[in-house]
Ligand binder design. Structure first.
Ligand SMILES: NC(=O)c1ccc[n+]([C@@H]2O[C@H](COP(=O)([O-])OP(=O)(O)OC[C@H]3O[C@@H](n4cnc5c(N)ncnc54)[C@H](OP(=O)(O)O)[C@@H]3O)[C@@H](O)[C@H]2O)c1
Length: 360
């Protein structure tokens, strides 16, 4: 066997990579990105950097399967991975990233996003929280660091710290203080971009009024039942790109009603999917792409991970888009809730920074 072939055989047996799987990955990545990052597959942030339009979600991905899921996503061609400290799986995600780094992609090809959790909003807590996240990933920098929610809790290692009476131990650190601390992370090269998650239009205005470094991204729930038209155009006025989370309607969110029909079961979505010979999930992902909204579907199922990325070879007509936009009904799946005696009770809505009391 020639030396090159021997090396390839040793490498591929270790990493389960075959010539055919490499060809398939290259084809998918080329279809998505072209030979370089193409206009269609990425969005340009205010710094000029590009963010892949279709990313990969990791919320609710259990520890024992998330590494395999991220490996499958990278092999499929995803280069944008959406994470958060509060998903408690970043170490496993980092292992997957590092296994593929410098083999099928470089660090520059990747776009890694994470989020600062509510317990670390105080100015002095932000940098240690970010360093902890970087350590979990075993990476030197993040491409995007978001304030996960405008609401803050008391500093704690618990996700939701409680007072002795069982109520949530809130704090009232203002998100403008947190933002100033995030800006210092950019100064120090720990993060390339900073952004907001679950902020409403007024809260965005407040950040814009004081920001030295502007938010690059707003991440909010977004799908045809909550199409966020007004919030997206509000953010766009500031040159902030929107990422839509829960694009498939988050059917496995812990507080979902048992047996409730999902967004993927909606007859309008199914009809459009049949017309294009695509799945309902592919239509919902393409819906965001047509609107230049970044989207981050989550899956731990290899076939779904692949098919959710097979969305670059069709487009939705204006009529399809109008039909999907018509489904908007202000339905929100992601409302922080706690389980008490088998029932889910909405949390945080009395906090002064709760974002969902106004229309957008
Ligand atoms: N900023 C925030 O506050 C926030 C909040 C929520 C979510 N997010 C981010 O957004 C990501 C996506 O949102 P999400 O996880 O709420 O929900 P989602 O992406 O709307 O839906 C994920 C669910 O859909 C299933 N699924 C995936 N592809 C499918 C397909 N092709 N056909 C049928 N079912 C499919 C998945 O099952 P399997 O995994 O079993 O395949 C999983 O149960 C999160 O993972 C997270 O990264 C951010």
């Amino acid at each position: 066997m020639e030396k090159g072939h021997r090396l390839f055989a040793a490498f591929s047996s270790r990493y389960l990579i075959t010539p055919r799987s490499i060809t398939r990955t290259i084809t998918r990545v080329q279809r998505a990105y072209g030979s370089s990052a193409s206009e269609e597959a990425t969005l340009t942030l205010h710094t000029g950097a590009r963010m892949p339009l279709v990313g990969f979600g990791t919320w609710n991905s259990p520890l024992d399967v998330v590494k395999r899921a991220v490996l499958a996503a990278l092999d499929t061609g995803y280069r944008h991975v959406d994470c958060a400290a509060s998903y408690y799986n970043q170490t496993a995600v980092g292992e997957a990233l590092n296994e593929r780094l410098n083999k099928i992609c470089t660090r520059q090809d990747l776009f890694i996003a994470s989020k600062l959790w509510n317990t670390y909003h105080a100015r002095d807590d932000v940098r240690p929280a970010c360093l902890h996240t970087l350590k979990e990933f075993d990476l030197d920098y993040l491409d995007l660091y978001l304030i996960h929610w405008p609401i803050s809790y008391m500093r704690s290692d618990e996700k939701v710290p409680l007072l002795p009476d069982g109520s949530v131990a809130y704090s009232y650190v203002h998100y403008t203080e947190t933002w100033a601390a995030l800006e210092e992370l950019v100064d120090d090269g720990l993060v390339r971009h900073i952004g907001l998650s679950n902020f409403n239009s007024q809260q965005i205005d407040e950040i814009m009024a004081m920001a030295r470094i502007q938010p690059a991204v707003l991440q909010v729930e977004c799908h045809p039942y909550l199409n966020q038209k007004r919030l997206i155009s509000h953010a766009a006025k500031y040159n902030i790109i929107t990422t839509g989370y829960s694009p498939l309607g988050s059917p496995e969110r812990p507080w979902a009603e048992k047996g409730e029909p999902t967004l993927m079961d909606n007859p309008v979505v199914i009809k459009i999917a049949k017309k294009h010979n695509k799945s309902p999930a592919q239509v919902l992902i393409r819906f965001q792409m047509e609107r230049k909204v970044c989207t981050i579907p989550k899956s731990v199922t290899p076939e779904r991970i692949k098919s959710n990325f097979d969305v670059f070879d069709f487009s939705l007509s204006q009529e399809d888009m109008t039909d999907l936009e018509y489904l908007d009904c202000n339905w929100r799946g992601c409302i922080p809730s706690d389980e008490i005696d088998g029932n889910y009770i909405v949390r945080d809505f009395k906090h002064p920074f709760y974002p969902f009391h106004i229309a957008y």
